[in-house]
Design a protein around this ligand. Sequence first.
Ligand code: ATP
Length: 313
Amino acid sequence: MSEFAPPAIEAKGLVKHYGGTVAVDGIDLVVQSGECVGLLGPNGAGKSTTMELLEGLQAPTSGSVSLLGQRWEGDSTGLRARIGIAPQETRFYGRLTVHETLELFRSFYPRGLSVDELIGLARLEEKRGAYVMHLSGGQLQRLSLAAALAGDPELLFLDEPTAGLDPQSREALWDILSGLKAGGRTVVLTTHYLGEAQMLCDWVAIVDRGRIVTQGKPTELIAGIGGGHVIELVASRAFAPETLADLPTLHNLFPRGAGFTLHVAELHLALPWLMERVRSLGMTLRALSTREATLDDVFLAFTGRSLRESEPT
Ligand SMILES: Nc1ncnc2c1ncn2[C@@H]1O[C@H](COP(=O)(O)OP(=O)(O)OP(=O)(O)O)[C@@H](O)[C@H]1O
């Protein structure tokens, strides 16, 4: 890739209103060629709408999108041939076979991968002749990915590629996505799965209420909230957060239900202090757990809410 290649995506000041609903509220995004980027956020955060604005499927209320150095207002047909889209739900015709479906998608593009290559990439060899209506959820998601790859796109948009899949199917898709990434394609995906974002993406943008609240490499974002360790505790009665203000190496403190979530840097200093403070207040611990910080804690640090709690199971 030339060092003068334009960014794969350059979005400036994107805003989208649906009547009185502000779905996207000023998003700036630059994705370089070859990067794999994740948009992460709770339901209704504006991820899919952002994807649709980038994909040229919706016009923004204001702001601009440039993909591969081109605007949608220019040669949109030429641009469309260079990108691939796997929407949240692809409706296929159930009475076509996998092979026929991919032949159909391939016919939409002036150039691209052969149907055999697509079937190989999506690991659907055994289902080549099967009717689409007989595919499992994981196989359908892989078919959707294959359809998005039909034009051999430089830039791939995947809206929740592993939503609703069992762990085995999800891992199969991760494997395929890792291969696509290694092949140098630019990939933008949305996901609810923090581990997925952490594993697949070079960097993530955390979206909440139509805005990017923070972005960066998962490890850097986690390091950036300080601490790295999370303590969750519930005491025998409620107490004021100020009571814990002097906790050694404390970075963040959030009241959570009946207790607190604490981000700390040094567990071996924080834990004994905490036990002693709880004891000196005449309380006992109802629950105490520790874990490594995750992207969910980054979301919590920026929004005061947990990403997991904002999600359906
Ligand atoms: N076509 C539409 N008409 C009206 N409101 C819409 C439309 N599409 C999305 N919205 C609203 O815009 C907001 C953002 O929705 P969007 O689907 O982009 O969020 P999301 O982050 O992708 O959520 P999910 O993870 O559930 O897909 C929500 O409040 C949603 O109800």
